[in-house]
Design a protein around this ligand. Structure first.
Ligand SMILES: Nc1ncnc2c1ncn2[C@@H]1O[C@H](COP(=O)(O)OP(=O)(O)OP(=O)(O)O)[C@@H](O)[C@H]1O
Ligand SMILES: [Mg+2]
Length: 170
């Protein structure tokens, strides 16, 4: 199974990057839309203003798509790390320095309390730490603070290409 996942705090650039990868021929699953459209949630969290993903159904649905799809699949968004390690070929973690992240979240019109919560999570490397534990050597961490989306895309494509070559070499 060759599923690539893109994780990272809100505003680190997951959707932006996935849209660039779509232009390169990858099949993209944007989790925030996908979960709602396919009813892959178990509940709604009113405090956090977000759906609670049902991991079993999410994984099942993505695997079904992966079996039918000839293009490589990229799953992006909060919750992408619900995919078990054995199905994931590469876990991309995007990070961003708090100052720049704050600027991006303000631009995205996040409410102040959400900005604060997300900056705190980014400072504590919560997403990064969990992904490293789960995906180990398959993890690629990219700091997006001083890079353009195109530069980040370049790093990702190089990595995917190199992995592919390594696979062929055995
Ligand atoms: N190197 C970069 N890579 C990705 N995005 C960048 C980069 N530099 C600046 N940006 C900007 O940062 C913003 C990132 O927003 P985006 O919606 O892609 O983040 P996200 O991680 O999908 O957030 P959310 O979790 O809220 O969906 C965009 O406005 C994008 O143009
Ligand atoms: Mg997004």
């Amino acid at each position: 199974m060759k599923i690539i996942i893109i994780c990272g705090s809100p505003g680190t650039g997951k959707t932006t990057l996935a849209n660039l990868l779509a232009k390169k021929g990858f099949k993209i699953i944007h989790l925030s839309e996908f979960v709602i459209k396919e009813h892959l949630y178990s509940d709604y969290d009113y405090e956090r203003d977000s759906y609670i993903i049902d991991p079993k159904r999410l994984v099942k649905r993505i695997l079904l798509i992966a079996h039918k799809e000839s293009r490589p699949i990229v799953v992006e968004g909060i919750g992408a790390d619900l995919l078990p390690e054995k199905y994931v070929s590469l876990c991309i973690i995007l990070t961003c320095e708090p100052g720049e992240l704050e600027r991006r979240l303000k631009e995205k019109k996040y409410p102040p309390e959400k900005i604060w919560e997300n900056l705190e999570a980014e400072r504590l490397n919560i997403i990064l730490g969990e992904a490293l534990d789960k995906y180990g050597k398959k993890t690629l961490v990219i700091d997006t603070t001083n890079r353009s989306p195109e530069e980040v895309l370049e790093i990702i494509l190089n990595k995917i290409f190199r992995n592919h070559e390594d696979d062929k070499d055995g």
